[in-house]
Design a protein around this ligand. Structure first.
Ligand code: TEU
Length: 558
């Protein structure tokens, strides 16, 4: 459909560079390694790549701690390699979205080095508070455990870090900080990129005075740093001074922990702050206790309610993103599907789901293969600062005797599950590296890898290619109005999409058990044809759906 932004009709593929493909045998993925695989992305059929950070970084948080925004970290290559990647992607009509991490920098960034020395104008680039070295200025928690404050002996003051202590929060109240960020964004836009994924961008405005948070909150202080008082002012100013100055359509996706549909409506769309879309997290926490580490039972009815709210809430004047997986979440087939007996069927069902909703689908590297969570025998196998802190804190607080007491939680939701090397082949290290991988390869790589899935006609990879084609070829799947059916059914997720005369009916049996459901009589079915299914089905649509475990079907009007 001409005139609409390209990103509404795109499928985006997320690459976590450290784990994608290593060409210099240092056990770490690199940019030449991505260049080597651009034809793979083209074969899959994706329209854009979201590249997690490749900037200079001490790697405290795998690159989400940036020490130079205008330099590529040596472990990934250099700006010339990056330029070649951009050219190779653009040659194949694949766009490049870069990760923008500006809620915080690394503590090794020049700005912070000068700030801790009290050097103007950098002295006010971060949140510094004088005070008793034993008592943090307020009770806020870090996302990574512990206090959100660290005491700096050089400046003899506390500084705020919502994440690791090596990730000091930038003081966005300071116009000089905002100007420096916008200059950097324009520097990348001038290099021809097609958009930004904006890391925790709704955390950049904090309540004036940084008051204590509700001590009983899940993440203490969150009400004072999520969707803060000046966030719209900053978003509008940022978009106005960067994105809007470029004469090509730029996609922005804000990563916005704690965002509601109402917040999102203010962030996205013409009448909002001008973001293209946001990543929301409500569906990722279904069944959780008061933290991700005590993940409970998946509840499909709640999951359906969340998606109905977002699908209808942003349909009119906004746009959705749709994802089930990324570098911070467990592997989707392990979290939302069945990574054992029904791995193939459930991975295809999840792909069917993400490619038939309103909103841009995001495929995380390996999701198109049905890559699974990994086993982690000991804390020594972990690399993620969030996971390691969690284990150490649980033992220190007496909540666990040793690692084995928290191993199940780690293997269920630790971020390292999503960061094991991309599985290219059954060769050593899954063909990811000729060196020692920085993080272990998941044991099942001999069975789950690109080489084997490329060969087999009904692999998850081939099914994803068909899904992407199906979405590209049917505007009803992109723009159609969403309507949920069987809202209270505990294992069937069924919905229709309607665009003018075109209709789609999607029926998913999100369970290990066969089930039979009547077709709702408000769905005309005589003009529907089966367009794709993840298992053999009796074609045609009769009065009942007899669904096998993890059955996924898409019916379209001819
Ligand atoms: O993630 C923000 C964030 O909230 C994550 O910490 C996520 O919600 C949490 O890990 C789930 O338990 C972004 C990046 O995606 C993440 O990789 C970074 O660690 C974080 O910001 C800090 O930059």
């Amino acid at each position: 459909t001409d005139g609409t932004p390209w990103w509404k009709e795109a499928v985006v593929y997320q690459i976590y560079p450290k784990s994608f493909n290593d060409t210099d045998a240092d056990g770490i993925g690199d940019i030449p390694g991505i260049v080597e695989k651009v034809d793979y992305l083209d074969e899959l059929g994706v329209d854009a790549v979201w590249l997690s950070p490749v900037y200079q970084s001490p790697q405290a948080d795998n690159g989400y701690d940036i020490s130079d925004y205008r330099a590529i970290d040596d472990q990934y290559g250099d700006l010339e390699d990056w330029g070649q990647l951009l050219a190779e992607l653009h040659d194949r009509d694949i766009r490049l979205i870069m990760d923008l991490v500006v809620n915080h920098t690394s503590d090794e960034h020049e700005w912070f080095k000068r700030s801790r020395r009290g050097e103007e104008p950098y002295d006010d680039y971060y949140y510094w508070r004088e005070g008793d070295p034993e008592t943090p200025p307020n009770n806020w928690d870090s996302f990574f455990g512990g206090s959100a404050w660290s005491y700096d002996d050089e400046r003899e003051a506390w500084y705020l870090h919502l994440f690791d202590e090596k990730q000091p929060d930038l003081n966005w109240r300071n116009p000089a900080v905002r100007e420096d960020v916008y200059d950097m964004m324009n520097w990348w836009l001038d290099r021809g990129i097609d958009g930004f994924r904006m890391d925790v961008i709704n955390l950049i405005s904090k309540t004036e005075g940084l008051p204590d948070g509700d001590p009983h909150g899940g993440l203490v202080g969150a009400e004072h740093f999520m969707n803060g008082p000046r966030v719209h002012e900053y978003f509008s100013e940022m978009i106005g001074q960067t994105i809007d100055t470029v004469d090509r359509e730029i996609m922005t996706v804000g990563e916005t922990p704690g965002v509601s549909v109402e917040d999102a409506r203010e962030y996205v769309g013409e009448d909002g702050d001008g973001l293209s879309m946001v990543f929301q997290f409500e569906h990722m926490g279904v069944g959780d206790g008061d933290s991700k580490w005590d993940a409970g039972e998946f509840d499909l009815v709640e999951f359906k309610q969340i998606f109905e709210r977002w699908q209808t809430g942003l349909a009119a004047d906004g746009w959705n993103s749709v994802y089930l997986s990324n570098h911070d979440q467990p592997r989707s087939v392990s979290q939302f599907g069945n990574d054992g007996e029904y791995r193939q069927e459930s991975a295809k069902l999840l792909g069917t789901f993400t490619h038939t909703l309103h909103g841009t689908p995001f495929v995380y590297q390996g999701e198109e293969l049905g890559m699974t969570n990994a086993s982690f025998e000991s804390i020594d196998e972990l690399r993620d600062v969030e996971a390691i802190n969690f284990v150490e804190e649980a033992i220190q607080d007496g909540d666990a005797e040793d690692y084995d007491d928290v191993r199940d939680a780690i293997e269920a939701v630790a971020r390292d599950n999503a960061r094991t090397p991309m599985q290219w082949s059954a060769d050593a290290n899954a063909g990811f590296t000729d060196g020692e991988p920085w993080l272990k390869v998941t044991d099942n790589y001999a069975d789950i890898n690109v080489a084997s899935e490329r060969e087999s006609r009904d692999s998850i990879f081939q099914y994803y290619r068909r899904l992407i084609d199906l979405r590209h070829d049917n505007d009803v799947l992109i723009y159609g109005d969403f309507e949920l059916h069987y809202p209270d059914h505990e294992s069937v997720f069924a919905y229709t999409r309607t665009l003018g005369e075109d209709r789609a009916l999607i029926v998913l049996n999100w369970s290990d058990e066969p089930t039979t459901v009547d077709i709702p009589d408000d769905i005309p079915t005589d003009d529907l044809e089966l367009a794709i299914a993840n298992q053999d089905v009796s074609t045609g649509v009769n009065a009942q759906f007899e669904l096998q475990p993890w059955d996924a079907r898409v019916y379209l009007t001819e």
